[in-house]
Design a binder for this molecule. Structure first.
Ligand code: GAF
Length: 391
């Protein structure tokens, strides 16, 4: 499905749901994180890009403080009074919509009831932040419909991103770190977003691989990926425990030069591995920014490979499908490859010559078939734009 058809279908679906035309259509992108994984909740650095794939919401105000929402991907409509929204209610995908209204209301904004329809071409469950895309598209709609004007400035966009994080953590009960929502709100076409997750300051880094004859190949391994199933939360708890044992506020406080000493202080081998991943990964983000700014794709590729090894061996969040996808891309001549996102399934990325995109995708598909895995879905992406009003 193309973005245009998702947008048109969203508006058509709105007419079917309400018998009226929407007051507008808003959209927000999925994301791929280039590097800096599981660093956001450690106050670290990360480097996402927005995907060209987007989630579209058509919306109009209601005067009864109720939310009615239907998604083309999820089936039946969900309806709830805004006063009844709380942790776990509504459950499932609608929590990402209701949660945003709840979080903005809690911030003191005058949030109206809404009718909303959703359509998306962001793959769901692929580690490409379909939830953040949904939250941020809804937040963009609320900002405009409630006259908040938050889309118009960078600080306003960052405030919307923070409300989406609160929605996800509190109402959807997913203990995620904030990278995805900031990417969806602040990213720009052909740029990567360097995010400092301690101050939430950001800056753009040129990301135009095509200008260097390169391409970024995303492979959705179709291996199940869930951020609410406890594994993600347990990594977060381990980082908190390690920081407490080391007497620091967060693992960001451990400088690379102090890593060996910090590891020597930790009694648990598991915590030593987790800390080593986080500290070295933050440093790899710095190296990746320098590589991109110098146009040195081979150096960026090496950092991708090191990042994947760190996630496989130290953070232990890879899986056979992600390892096969990245190893196959490398054996086909990719400059580097790594899993992206929360892990335990989801997607990988490979930095390849533009001319090698079809051959690399075909090799990954053949390798998956020979391992008896589900067929993967591979596609090349450019960096896309942030949440915005469409119509
Ligand atoms: C998921 C989370 F939502 C992010 O906050 C981040 O922690 C990421 O996993 C891992 O880098 O996408």
């Amino acid at each position: 499905m193309t973005g245009d058809s998702a947008r048109a279908r969203g508006a058509d679906d709105f007419l079917r749901l309400t018998g009226q035309v929407p007051e507008g259509v808003w959209s927000a992108p999925g994301r791929v994180n280039l590097i800096g994984e599981h660093t956001d909740y450690n106050d670290g650095l990360c480097l996402p890009i927005a995907l060209p794939q987007r989630t579209y919401v058509a919306a109009a105000r209601r005067d009864d403080r109720r939310l009615r929402v239907r998604s083309a991907q999820q089936g039946a409509a969900v309806e709830i009074a805004l006063a009844d929204v709380r942790a776990g209610q509504p459950g499932g995908w609608a929590a990402y919509v209701a949660g945003v209204l709840w979080a903005l209301d809690r911030e003191g904004y005058d949030v109206p009831g809404l009718d909303v329809t959703v359509d998306s071409d962001v793959p769901v469950g692929a580690g490409l932040s379909s939830s953040a895309a949904l939250e941020c598209a809804v937040a963009a709609a609320v900002s405009d419909l409630a006259g908040l004007h938050l889309l118009e400035t960078e600080p306003g966009r960052a405030a919307l991103a923070r409300a989406c994080v609160v929605a996800e953590n509190t109402i959807a009960e997913a203990p995620t770190g904030g990278m995805d929502q900031h990417a969806a709100m602040l990213a720009r076409d052909d740029e990567a977003l360097l995010l400092d997750c301690r101050s939430w300051e950001s800056r753009l880094v040129p990301f135009d691989l095509a200008a260097h004859g390169g391409a970024l190949l995303v492979t959705d391994t179709r291996a199940a990926h869930e951020l609410t199933d406890g594994q993600y939360g347990s990594r977060r708890d381990e980082c908190r425990a390690a920081a407490a044992e080391l007497g620091v506020g967060s693992l960001r406080d451990i400088e690379p030069a102090g890593l060996a000493a910090a590891l020597g202080q930790l009694t648990s081998a598991v915590l030593r591995r987790r800390v080593r991943h986080v500290v070295t990964e933050i440093e790899r983000v710095r190296g990746s920014v320098a590589a991109l700014e110098a146009g040195e794709l081979a150096r960026l590729g090496r950092l991708f490979d090191e990042s994947h090894a760190s996630m496989r061996d130290d953070y232990e969040i890879s899986c056979p499908e992600l390892d096969v996808a990245t190893e196959t891309a490398r054996s086909q001549g990719a400059l580097g490859a790594r899993m992206t996102g929360g892990g335990f399934g989801g997607s990988s990325i490979a930095l390849v010559a533009a001319t090698e995109v079809p051959a690399t995708a075909a090799a990954i598909e053949a390798a998956f078939a020979s391992h008896g895995f589900e067929p993967p879905v591979s596609f090349a992406v450019r960096a896309g734009g942030p949440a915005r009003r469409e119509d």
